[in-house]
Design a protein around this ligand. Structure first.
Ligand SMILES: N[C@H](CCC[C@H](N)C(=O)O)C(=O)O
Length: 275
């Protein structure tokens, strides 16, 4: 691979390496190993996810999204917001755009550092489910907001044992083989949630999870704990979720928050060619 310029971006603390790959400079050969290495925080750039921007025949661009472990989920809300800002900053699209993802075509609107995206319609929403795991009998909701999410309502999200419980649920046989992301929400005040998320494919708590914030808001709305627009306080910043509920379905789901450029640089071969 020749010189690879990349951006490091942060969507409410969920961070991504983004590369304009319209010239297909990034080799698909050994791509997963490349991603795992440059996403490792101690040895290389470090990020929760990796994004390639490529040409599309049907939208302003197409993206390929990878988790830090190289796995390929259908969607990433915060990554999508960062990709939209990246495309706007680099003249790949205007401030209003559409782009292809595995979850469908996403529309986005960029206003300075803030980006609003229209999410895919939530699917398979269930509440009041039970699971005995890690010595606890848990009640949870679940919904697919582009990727699968379990949502547990707790008294105080700050007190949740996210890593231990999140990992146990993520790998539980109930969710096999795909697994699930795991969110812990608490209702702070009217239409304000606090959330913490264990992310599949990062295999750790992230500072924010866009599809997780949407999942938390939708499950909380189904149990009448909140109504839109819902402000979701993540560890990395505020995400706003807006939506309509019509005949028991949730539609016109928007996710909004910041999408900041942290730096841009040039990847040296040493960034991934280490044993
Ligand atoms: N790790 C997730 C995908 C990224 C989700 C998250 N970063 C977001 O902002 O939606 C999964 O494998 O389902």
């Amino acid at each position: 691979m020749g010189k690879i310029v990349f951006y490091k971006m942060s969507g409410s603390g969920n961070d991504f390496i983004i590369i304009d790959n319209r010239n297909l400079l990034v080799d698909d050969e050994n791509l997963v190993e490349f991603i795992r290495k440059i996403c490792s925080r101690k040895m290389s750039v470090g990020a929760d996810g990796f994004i390639l921007i490529e040409d599309s025949d049907t939208a302003d661009f197409r993206w390929r999204f990878y988790n830090a472990d190289g796995s390929v989920p259908e969607m990433c809300g915060n990554g999508a917001r960062c990709a939209a800002r990246f495309a706007c900053l680099n003249g790949i699209a205007g401030p209003r755009m559409t782009f292809e993802t595995l979850a469908g075509t996403i529309s986005a609107r960029v206003t300075g550092e803030r980006v609003r995206i229209r999410m895919t319609e939530p699917a398979d929403l269930k509440t009041g489910q039970h699971l005995a795991v890690a010595g606890e009998d848990l009640t949870f909701g679940s919904v697919d907001t582009g990727v699968p999410h379990a949502v547990l309502r707790v008294a105080d999200a700050d007190a949740a044992d996210v890593k231990r419980l999140g990992r146990a649920i993520r790998f539980h046989e109930r969710f096999a083989p795909a697994g699930t992301n795991v969110n812990f929400i608490s209702v702070q005040e009217e239409n304000v949630l606090k959330i913490r998320t264990y992310e599949r494919g990062v295999e750790d708590e992230t500072m924010a999870c866009g599809t997780g914030a949407v999942a938390g808001a939708i499950v909380a709305a189904r149990t009448a704990a909140v109504s839109p627009p819902v402000r979701v306080m993540t560890r990395g910043g505020l995400l706003t979720i807006d939506f309509r509920e019509k005949a028991g379905r949730f539609c016109d789901v928007d996710l909004e928050g910041d999408a900041r450029v942290v730096y841009n640089g040039e990847l040296w071969g040493e960034a991934w060619k280490w044993e």
